[in-house]
Design a protein around this ligand. Structure first.
Ligand code: IPM
Ligand code: MG
Length: 370
């Protein structure tokens, strides 16, 4: 069996403790010959503490050489004073940019057992299964100029630049249409063409790609603000939402809350398939962030991290049965009423991070053996 090279980047806050639960799953799979070779690196604040930069060159090389990267979370109050250029988040952004991970898949699935954990009514979210396809290497996150200039009259000016080129919109649109073909066949494109030139171009390009290559998929356009409103009013009308980097950041946090907790949302960030091998660079990360307020207490929800690992099995290694077994194990454990604090409900049993990880590992092992 060929080896599968993983780079684990636990990062800061609850990153390490949730990553530890995935390491249990990797050990379990390796015991039956999965052949994962793991290497661990520092990123974010952890890397700043080691070497004054949020991601080292050695870690970047390891990321470029790995079959897949599993990422925890970065940031926290400890590094608030660090210069903007080397803040913890800059490590994450460099990984996304240098690995060219332009397609960020953020599935928001509301497990039936969690429908009551959402702040919305059960009937609005129960059975929800949508996919946010966020553009991840362009837009205002990376556009230049990006600076604060002194105007010399006691005033300063902050500048961020939103820009998109045709090819960047084309490739994320294709990713969205391809995903829709494997789902319910509908794409909703969200931008602000009523205010932004990038929105006008986005709309044009998505429409053209649809017409030329994907007319079997249903395409609708929605202004991003209205889309945010529709997400909380009637989220089940969506299948795939394709949107830019900044709107995708915001809309995916909204979508996360529909599922019951930010602690439930995994993500996959994918590059273009290699022309020769067909392989794609990939990084998997929970959407939740470092949650410094609860870090180190052993109470964080590891399910988004575990579900991110399931996405890795599916997208990087085509281990469909294993991915299904792991996602099934998560659903089973939730059905059984095992809950971390963020998704706790009356009549359920509240557990910590490790106990939740053990429960999933047990169910996963049983499903793999079946
Ligand atoms: C996310 C996060 C990041 C982002 C931060 C940590 C830089 O919020 O992945 O959604 O803004 O992209
Ligand atoms: Mg975010």
């Amino acid at each position: 069996m060929a080896s599968r090279k993983l780079l684990l980047l636990p990062g800061d806050g609850i990153g390490p403790e949730t990553m530890a639960e995935v390491e249990k799953l990797i050990a379990l799979m390796n015991a039956s010959g999965a052949g994962f070779e793991t290497q661990t690196g520092a990123v974010g604040g952890a890397a700043i503490d080691e070497g004054d930069v949020p991601v080292s060159e050695a870690t970047m090389q390891a990321a470029l050489g790995a079959d897949a990267v599993l990422f925890g979370a970065v940031g926290g109050p400890k590094w608030d004073g660090v210069p903007y250029e080397t803040r913890p988040e800059a490590g994450l952004l460099r990984l996304r940019k240098d690995l060219e991970l332009f397609a960020n898949l953020r599935p928001a699935i509301c497990y039936p057992a969690l429908a009551d954990a959402s702040s919305l009514k059960r009937e609005i979210v129960e059975g929800l299964d949508i996919l946010i396809m966020r553009e991840l290497t362009g837009g205002v996150y990376f556009g230049e100029p990006k600076e604060i200039v002194d105007l010399g009259n006691g005033q300063k000016r902050g500048i961020d630049t939103q820009l998109y080129d045709t090819h960047e919109i084309e490739r994320i649109a294709r990713a969205a249409f391809e995903a829709a073909r494997t789902r319910r066949g509908k794409v909703t494109s969200m931008e602000k063409r009523n205010v932004m030139k990038t929105g006008v171009l986005w709309n044009e390009v998505v429409t053209a790609v649809h017409k030329a290559e994907y007319s079997d998929v249903t395409l609708e356009h929605m202004l991003a603000d209205a889309g945010g409103m529709k997400l909380v009013q009637n989220p089940k009308q969506f299948d795939v939402i394709v949107t830019d980097n900044l709107f995708g950041d915001m809309l995916s946090d909204v979508a996360a809350q529909l599922t019951g907790s930010l602690g439930m949302l995994p993500s996959a960030s994918l590059g273009a398939p290699d022309e020769r091998t067909g392989r794609r660079r990939a990084m998997y990360e929970p959407v939740h962030g470092s949650a410094p307020d609860i870090a180190g207490q052993g109470i964080a929800n590891p399910l988004a991290m575990i579900a991110s690992f399931a996405m890795m099995l599916r997208y990087s290694f085509a281990m469909t049965d294993e991915a299904d077994a792991l996602e099934g194990a998560i659903a089973e454990v939730l059905e059984a009423g095992v809950r971390t604090g963020d998704i706790m409900a009356p009549g359920c049993r509240q557990v910590g991070t490790a106990e939740m990880g053990d429960a999933v590992a047990e169910a996963f092992g049983r499903r793999l053996a079946a």
